[in-house]
Design a protein around this ligand. Structure first.
Ligand SMILES: [Zn+2]
Length: 201
């Protein structure tokens, strides 16, 4: 497979950011994972498992939270659960779906690989890390189970795939742009500082 892969890491305001990129015939896609205060936010794509594995092993992680079930955010969830024995928390809507082998279009399998089944637990409306309490904010639209996470202590907001573009090129069948806009308005009612997006970084 002529998939070109790369991985970059940087730290911004104590947030360790891992960025994996896959490129195929001029199309380039990337996905981020974040580690802060012992929390891993999202697990990257299966096609980048080798790259993300060393990132996960290198950092000190107590627990994993997932913004939504898509394969570029849950691709290495099975690895972190089985090999690193970390608990995974996500919206309960897609818990059962994640226990099974997923079905998604070929072009997504090509870029992101085939996500293995994994077990997660329901996240609730808040959670705690070493030094902080976090709000779990329901932000559907991009995916039915989409969540954003706000660290109340630092004001850092992790928004997964919550964004909309001025000129939209591709919309998934399950996506609803008006619902995304409602979710964006909802996060604006919270008091936050930095925003970490899973694709823009
Ligand atoms: Zn997504």
């Amino acid at each position: 497979m002529l998939l070109k892969k790369s991985f970059k890491e940087k730290t911004i305001n104590s947030v360790q950011m891992g960025k994996g990129t896959v490129a195929f015939q001029g199309v380039k896609l990337n996905v981020h994972c974040f580690v802060v205060d012992g929390v891993l936010i999202d697990t990257g794509a299966k096609s980048l498992e080798k790259e993300f594995k060393s990132f996960f092993k290198y950092h000190d992680i107590d627990q994993v939270v997932i913004t939504h079930y898509h394969e570029d955010h849950t691709g290495c969830a099975s690895f972190v659960h089985k090999e690193l024995q970390l608990p995974i928390y996500m919206n309960d809507i897609m818990l059962d779906y994640c226990k099974k082998k997923p079905d998604y279009p070929l072009y997504r399998k090509l870029f992101w690989g085939k996500r293995s089944p994994f077990h997660a637990e329901p996240i609730g409306t808040t959670f705690s890390s070493r030094h902080a309490t976090w709000d779990v904010i329901e932000t559907p639209g991009h995916a039915i189970d989409h969540l954003s996470f706000l660290n109340r202590e630092t004001g850092q907001l992790f928004t997964g795939d919550l964004y909309c573009q001025e000129r939209i090129k591709v919309v998934l069948r399950e996506e609803s742009i008006p619902t995304i806009i409602e979710s964006l308005k909802k996060v604006l009612t919270y008091d936050f500082e930095d925003v970490f997006c899973c694709h823009a970084g």
